[in-house]
Structures are given as structure tokens and as C-alpha cells.
Design a protein around this ligand. Structure first.
Ligand SMILES: [Zn+2]
Length: 600
């Protein structure tokens, strides 16, 4: 691989000069990630300074400084720290401390006692042991270390808040002074942590779930320094595994790919490296992505669709029979205040301070993480930047942010099957139109409805309207809880309530918007051989077309706030007379739900 480096100078020197700094940065990051033989040759050497630091800790009081160091370099350990918008003062960013430190996907994986959960824990512990063995520890020692990791992570899991409760904004908002945070776990040297992490001085912090930090304090007291060193070594190995030599990558896949999701083989390396580039230098990669894929035409037509969807949701709100006029007025005010971001940010993030080297995959990752960690901390105490994006441009996804009251559609989702410039309105409204409707509806789901037009956590509902909303939402909880995507597994109707509400509302208002559009241009559909409604619903079904293994289905049912694809489609359409009419379904048939649910 040395030859490989030399080759860059000679025949490729001309190309090198032509590359702009952004292309060079993402290109070098990707190349370093792809260079598996260089990574294998280095072994664990890039992590040796990390292991040395941990070995040299000689007192539990030093844990705070070490954890700050790990966090700065992108390694997950014990909890998360950063910044967030103040739920009750939507102009202000404050510090934020969150529960964390779990290797398994969620607290329940440590606590549930059914056979599948027990089996998965055994596999996880075996995986931790194997990783320590690969790092050079004798088998017997690695076994004890894995037991220690399991025990400590279980203690953190017991102090963690469950996923359904985490959807309730009031439950994850505990704004307090720095001093009050220090009182939660007196054994942890927060001052040291704040200094070493590089946080600016601040007074207010949202401790999302204070009980977690109490549990963490107790755990630090009750376990030996040696045990914490073992956990931190694991945190380093686990966090860096995807960019370590192939034996670590394979073992990481054995558990997190095979055991957890049922995947039979790893995705090709280039795809993984594209993902890493996107997650670490996303707005640099995004600039190039947008240059090549996203024309002004796409932005213009999407904006038109967003306007059509907003208009439809406004009409829908006005027509609701269960909501009184004062709440409708507030809802319409909130709808009007929603801002749209389409394609890519107006101002690109500048990564020029991040040193990227063509022969240092692990170092590149750490430096990019340092940049991002510091960027988050720098926001503390500052006004909210409303122009910032929470997804990178190549992302095939979209989001609503209740704190900013904004909907966001990265360029990545503005392509087939969601959107195609050549497609008829019926297909585009059933695809990206439904996604737009879905995101708009999030402003009015069980979580989003608790925030006002400015993004403050404030109740703007009359008690009677709130009650009527909850009754209607309960119909979705009941409907989706009965869906069983795999044997012995049911969807969690409460965990998925927000997404199901958004899916149901999204399809309805997308169809309304399509009808409005067709009424305005009645000739636009003439050449089609199927009814626009049929094509609209087919397009909607197609965007959730997926193939999922049973293990993955179980994982998602337990942790994903979205229902699995089949129920995202069938769960919605069973509630829609418009679908039943389009395909001549009759009462009593599977796609006709006797008691149709509807909120929006
Ligand atoms: Zn959603």
C-alpha cells in the first residue's frame, strides 16, 4: 500500500491539482476508508494512545476527564453531552445532557426476560468477549471483561427512560442549573468534564432524564476503577470497530448485522465508506451531490407541491367536525408559520479546519468527530440558527422539526420512487406528496401538537379539543397494536403513534392536494390508462416496498417509531374510503376496516 501512496504524486498529480479543496477532502476521506490493506497493516496501533490513556487512569475522579476526551473524539461512553434548543424558549440554545452508554439498541434489551431477549444478550456478551480477544486479551480474561461490560451497561439501562416515555417532551425536559446537575451524581467531576470537553461557560442545562445520572453516580460509586477501565476500553473498541482491521469489522457484523438484523452478508465496502463520508462530512459530500443531481426544476416543482399540500391541510383543518373554532384558529396559525427547506442548506458548513489524510481512516474519523462535537458545544448560550439542517443533502429521508416548526426535504429523497420530473402528478403526489403531507402532519401529531407556532412547548388546545384528539389517536394505537409483523411480535401502537398519525394524515391531504391540482388542470391526466386515484395509491404502496428479515422486523418493532412498511401502507388504506372506492373493495374485505380511524 506504500506504492499506492506514491502513485498519487506521479500520474495523478495533474488530477490532484485540478481537484478543489472539497473534492479533495471527501475524496481523501473515502480513499482512506476504502484502503482496507493499509487499515489491516496498522492493526490496533491507531487506538494504542486511547488504550494507554485508559490504562493510566489511577483514580475514579479521573473518569470525568477521560469521558470528556472520548466524547470529543466521537466515542460513545456512559452518557451524551451537547446542546439543544430550549423547549420553552425557542430562540435559545442550552447545554444538554442525555442518557447513553448502551451497546445494545435500547434499555429493554438489557431488562426483558423472554427467551429471544435472553438469547440476544448471550450473543452480545459473546461478541464483547470476542472483541476483547481480537484486541489481544486471553480468552479467560476476555470472558470476565465481557461479564463486567454487561453488568455495568445493565446498571445504566436500569436508570434509563423507556422509548415510549421519551416521546413525551415534558418527560425529557428538566432544565436545571449546572450546580443542580452536579448534585445528581456527586461522585462525577462535572467541572472537569466541562473543561476537558471544551464547553463554553454556561448556566442552564437540560438534563433530559435526571434519574439516569443518579443511577450513573451510584454505579460509579459501587464499581471498581478496574471495571470502569474495562467498560471504557470496550467503548473505544465498539465505537471504532467499523474502521478497524477486517477481523474486527467481521465480528462487529456478526453481532450487529447477523444476530441483530438477520443480514446474511455485509454491504460492499464502498457503500459503507459512502455512508461514513456522509455522516462525517455530509455537507461537503452534499455539495457535490447537489451539483450533480439536483436541478432548479426539482426545487421549483417540489415547492409547488408543498404549497398544494399546505393548502389541503388548511382545508382539512377547517372541515374537521371534532375541533372547535378557537383551536382551529391556533392550528391554522401554526400551519402558516411552518417554513420549508428543500434540497440543501443556503449556507454550507465549512469543514476546512478538519485535517483529512489519505492514509489515516481512524484519525480522519476522530478529527471529523472533534469538529462536530465542538460545533455542537459552540451553540450553547447562542440564539437558535434557524437555517441549519438536521439531515445531509444526499439523505433519502425527510423530517419535521417541532422546535423550529419547519419541514425539510433533502435532495436525496427528491428522486424515484418518491419523485420524478417525468411522472404524472398522481404518481408524484402518491410519493413525495405523501411524504410532504406526512411531515406537515407531524406538526399536529401527539408529540408535535404540544409545541406552538414558534416551537415552544406550550399547550394551545382547549381541554375538550385535546380530549377529542386523544380519543381519535387512541383508535390508531389500537389499530396498529394488533398488527403482527413476525411471529410473537406486535407493533407498539404507542411508540408508533406519531408516525402512524402522520402517515394517515399525509396520504389524506396528499390526495386532497392531487384533486385540487387536477381540478385546476383537468386535461393533465387525459393520456393515462388508469384512474389518477389508482396510480396515486399504487405510488404510495411502492415507496414502502421492502424486504425485511425476521430479525430486523423484531428489532424495528421494538425500537423504531415507524411501523414496518407493509403496515405503513395497509394500516392507512384500511382507514380510507377513497382507497376502497378506487379499487372497489367491499365491506368485510381485508382492506376495509369496520371502524375506520381518522384524526386529520
Ligand atoms: Zn415521520
Amino acid at each position: 500500500m506504500k506504492l499506492h501512496e506514491f502513485q498519487i504524486r506521479d500520474p495523478r498529480a495533474r488530477v490532484e491539482r485540478q481537484r478543489d479543496p472539497i473534492a479533495r477532502q471527501i475524496g481523501d476521506y473515502f480513499s482512506a476508508c476504502m484502503d482496507e490493506s493499509a487499515i489491516n497493516a496498522k492493526g490496533l496501533a491507531p487506538l494504542q494512545p486511547e488504550f494507554d490513556r485508559i490504562r493510566n487512569l489511577n483514580d475514579k475522579s479521573q473518569l470525568a476527564g477521560e469521558i470528556a476526551h472520548l466524547h470529543r473524539n466521537g466515542m460513545a461512553a456512559l452518557f451524551e453531552f451537547g446542546s439543544g434548543q430550549d423547549f420553552k424558549d425557542s430562540n435559545q440554545v442550552i447545554a444538554q445532557a442525555e442518557q447513553g452508554g448502551l451497546g445494545l439498541p435500547d434499555r429493554d434489551y438489557y431488562l426483558k426476560t423472554d427467551a429471544k431477549s435472553v438469547e440476544l444478550r448471550q450473543k452480545y456478551q459473546a461478541h464483547v468477549q470476542k472483541m476483547f480477544e481480537l484486541a489481544g486479551d486471553p480468552a479467560a480474561q476476555a470472558k470476565t471483561e465481557a461479564e463486567t461490560v454487561m453488568r455495568l451497561e445493565t446498571e445504566l439501562a436500569k436508570g434509563s427512560l423507556d422509548l415510549v416515555s421519551r416521546r413525551d417532551p415534558e418527560k425529557v425536559y428538566h432544565k436545571m442549573s449546572r450546580e443542580d446537575l452536579e448534585k445528581l451524581d456527586t461522585g462525577f467531576r462535572w467541572n472537569q468534564y466541562f473543561t476537558d470537553s471544551g464547553a463554553p461557560s454556561f448556566s442552564a442545562v437540560n438534563v433530559t432524564w435526571p434519574d439516569f445520572f443518579k443511577a450513573e453516580g451510584t454505579a460509579i460509586q459501587n464499581n471498581s476503577l478496574a471495571d470502569w477501565k474495562t467498560l471504557l476500553r470496550w467503548d473505544v473498541l465498539h465505537s471504532e470497530a467499523p474502521l478497524l482491521p477486517v477481523a474486527f469489522v467481521n465480528e462487529n457484523f456478526n453481532f450487529f448485522g447477523k444476530a441483530l438484523t438477520g443480514a446474511l452478508e455485509m454491504r460492499p465496502r464502498w457503500k459503507r465508506c459512502v455512508d461514513f463520508t456522509d455522516s462525517q462530512l455530509g455537507e461537503a459530500l452534499g455539495r457535490k451531490f447537489v451539483e450533480r443531481t439536483f436541478g432548479p426544476q426539482g426545487k421549483e416543482r417540489t415547492l409547488k407541491m408543498v404549497e398544494a399540500l399546505e393548502k389541503a391541510l388548511g382545508e382539512d383543518i377547517q372541515q374537521l367536525t371534532w375541533m372547535t373554532a378557537p383551536t382551529k384558529q391556533q392550528a391554522l396559525t401554526k400551519l402558516k408559520a411552518i417554513t420549508n427547506k428543500i434540497g440543501y442548506p443556503d449556507k454550507w458548513r465549512d469543514y476546512s479546519s478538519v485535517a483529512i489524510k489519505r492514509d489515516d481512516a481512524i484519525g480522519n474519523g476522530m478529527r471529523a468527530d472533534q469538529f462536530e462535537f465542538q460545533r455542537q458545544l459552540n451553540k450553547i448560550g447562542k440564539p437558535v440558527d434557524r437555517a441549519e439542517w438536521g439531515m445531509t443533502p444526499p439523505t433519502v429521508n425527510a423530517y419535521y422539526d417541532p422546535l423550529l416548526n419547519t419541514i425539510n426535504f433533502p435532495a436525496g429523497i427528491l428522486q424515484p420512487p418518491f419523485y420524478d420530473n417525468q411522472n404524472s402528478d398522481a404518481l408524484n403526489f402518491g410519493g413525495i406528496g405523501m411524504v410532504i403531507g406526512h411531515e406537515l402532519t407531524h406538526g399536529f401529531d401527539d408529540e408535535g401538537r404540544q409545541f406552538d407556532a414558534k416551537g415552544n412547548l406550550r399547550d394551545w388546545w382547549t381541554p375538550a379539543d385535546a380530549k377529542a384528539f386523544e380519543q381519535r389517536a387512541a383508535c390508531f394505537v389500537d389499530e396498529y397494536s394488533k398488527f403482527s409483523p413476525a411471529q410473537g411480535v406486535s407493533l407498539n401502537g404507542k411508540l408508533t403513534l406519531g408516525e402512524n398519525t402522520a402517515d394517515n394524515g399525509g396520504v389524506r391531504i396528499a390526495l386532497m392536494a392531487l384533486h385540487n391540482t387536477l381540478a385546476a388542470a383537468p386535461n393533465s391526466n387525459k393520456s393515462a390508462d388508469t384512474a389518477p386515484e389508482q396510480r396515486f395509491f399504487l405510488s404510495f404502496g411502492q415507496i414502502w416496498c421492502q424486504n425485511e428479515r425476521e430479525e430486523s422486523t423484531r428489532l424495528h418493532a421494538q425500537t423504531d417509531p415507524h411501523s414496518s412498511g407493509k403496515y405503513r401502507v395497509n394500516g392507512v388504506l384500511q382507514n380510507m374510503p377513497e382507497f376502497q372506492k378506487a379499487f372497489s373493495c367491499k365491506a368485510g374485505q381485508p382492506m376495509v376496516r369496520a371502524q375506520a380511524c381518522r384524526v386529520w
